[in-house]
Ligand binder design. Structure first.
Ligand code: GLU
Length: 469
């Protein structure tokens, strides 16, 4: 049973890298009948804002991955952290450091000059028999933790394998600032322990935090969780994913007409695989996901694949669901009699909900103008003659136009009899019915619109001379 968490810092919106981490954590918890917990890491007051928290929670609601516990806010837990800082001080596992800014700068400069890694030199670290400097009157101390002076900090990463950080790579780092506020790595370790987190899945940009957190776990006698550090998502050129490549607000994907399940399916494959399977329902993800199959190398964002997946999901979900989704784009088909037909038609080619909306409104909206290029090419002198004749044929069969096959069976003999080529009839009809030549099959449109509306639109186009000069 894995207890996992996703712990965003609300410094902006939730982006897809974060959502991928959350998804993997969610899947692993659910798959093992464990729990997935959300924690908002908002101790850095200056950079956090409530809108960002709202935006993150909104994104979680949209994708449907609820937290299994009440959401924890670090800003409300400062007293808890302070208690542990004091405990470490009392136990002699942490100490006050009175080094001034100038002294620290001088230390760093000397280390850089000697081509050494910058690290705290232990001036204020208490040791048996060591005489500490005199406490300066004008300096509020920071609190540092005693990191091991020798040996190594090791752990088995679920993705990267055995990890080893030599003791000299981790210094006595600060766990609380001079104002008493605990710092990032400290609160993460405390919270992960108190929230009972067994498995920490996060981006490998956090890898260097892990030995520090292990120092904290060890100092407090907490069990160290299992870590999985996941490689980043890159752009197709192998560089860090930028906003332009897709590293945008998760909610932007909603606004761009993606279904959440398509986005999650896309993300599950960005860094994890099960053979060469591409399409995964949530149930399949839950059945198959295992963090041990997380890729070791960075994955590459592929916008085309996301579009393809989205078009697959648009075809697969129910029309009732699409009706609900389209409301977000100000299209309400709930009361439209032919809603099923029009959606069946529109979703054949739509890659996004926005394209689906366009496909639908292209048919629903009475054209207010006619595409000049198409009109010039396809509306000829004899066009009105056979359009009128065709309308007569439709009128005679008006009760049968409900099915696409019927419309086809009625239309084909007419075309043959008149010796027409398909585009001669179909393109002017497309223009009359939708304003342009890019609409789907004429049979489909006529069967959706029915006789009256088809006749009205064709007659209007004829009356207006298709808008020709
Ligand atoms: N708050 C961190 C972030 O947003 C994540 C911390 C963690 O996963 O340990 O990157």
């Amino acid at each position: 049973m894995a207890i996992t968490r996703f712990a965003p810092s609300p410094t902006g919106y939730l982006h897809i890298g974060g959502l991928r981490t959350a998804l993997y954590s969610y899947l692993w918890a659910r798959k093992t009948n464990g729990e997935f917990k959300l924690r908002i890491e908002d101790t850095d007051n200056a950079r956090n804002n409530e809108d960002a928290v709202k935006a993150i929670l909104e994104a979680f609601t949209w994708v449907g991955m609820p937290s299994d516990c009440e959401i924890e806010y670090q800003s409300k837990r400062v007293d808890i952290y302070k208690k542990y800082i004091n405990q470490l001080l009392e136990e002699g596992k942490a100490y006050k450091c009175y080094m001034s800014r100038e002294e620290l700068d001088a230390l760093r400069a000397a280390q850089e000059a000697a081509k050494e890694n910058p690290r705290y030199d232990g001036t204020w670290r208490p040791e048996d028999g060591k005489v500490l400097p005199e406490i300066p009157a004008d300096i509020e101390p920071v609190i540092r933790i005693k990191a091991p002076l020798e040996g190594a900090i090791t752990f088995e990463d679920g993705v990267k394998g055995s990890m080893k950080f030599e003791a000299n790579q981790v210094d006595d780092f600060v766990i609380a600032r001079a104002n008493g506020m605990p710092i990032y790595n400290f609160v993460v370790a405390i919270d992960d322990h108190l929230m009972g987190i067994t498995d920490v899945l996060r981006g490998d940009d956090h890898l260097t935090n892990t030995p520090k957190q292990i120092v904290i776990y060890n100092a407090l006698g907490f069990e160290v969780p299992k870590f999985y550090h996941m490689p980043m998502i890159n752009n197709p050129a192998g560089k860090k994913l930028s906003k332009r490549d897709g590293a945008m607000d998760v909610m932007q994907y909603k606004r761009d007409g993606y279904l959440p399940e398509a986005l999650l399916n896309f993300l599950v494959r960005l860094g994890w695989s099960n053979g060469d399977q591409e399409v995964f329902s949530m149930d399949q993800m839950l059945e198959l996901f295992d963090p041990k199959n997380i890729n070791k190398s960075a994955s590459s964002y592929n916008a085309e694949k996301l579009l393809w997946l989205n078009s697959e999901y648009i075809k697969a979900v129910s029309n009732d669901r699409l009706i609900e989704e389209l409301k977000f784009f100000d299209l309400d088909l709930s009361d439209y009699a032919k809603r099923m037909e029009i959606l069946d038609l529109g979703k054949q080619r739509a890659q996004t909900l926005l394209e689906l909306k366009t496909a639908v409104t292209t048919i629903l909206d009475v054209p207010t103008q006619y595409e000049a290029k198409g009109t010039k090419k396809f509306v000829k002198e004899d066009t009105p003659v056979f359009l009128k004749e065709y309308l007569e044929v439709l009128e005679k069969n008006k009760d049968d136009l409900y099915s696409v096959d019927n419309v086809e069976n009625i239309t084909k003999p007419f075309i043959e009899e008149k010796g027409l080529k398909f585009p001669q009839l179909f393109q002017p009809i497309r223009i009359a019915l939708t304003g342009g030549t890019q609409a789907p099959s004429v049979y489909d449109i006529i069967s959706i619109l029915g006789y009256e509306e088809t006749a009205n639109r064709i007659n209007s186009a004829l009356e207006l001379g298709f808008g020709k000069e």
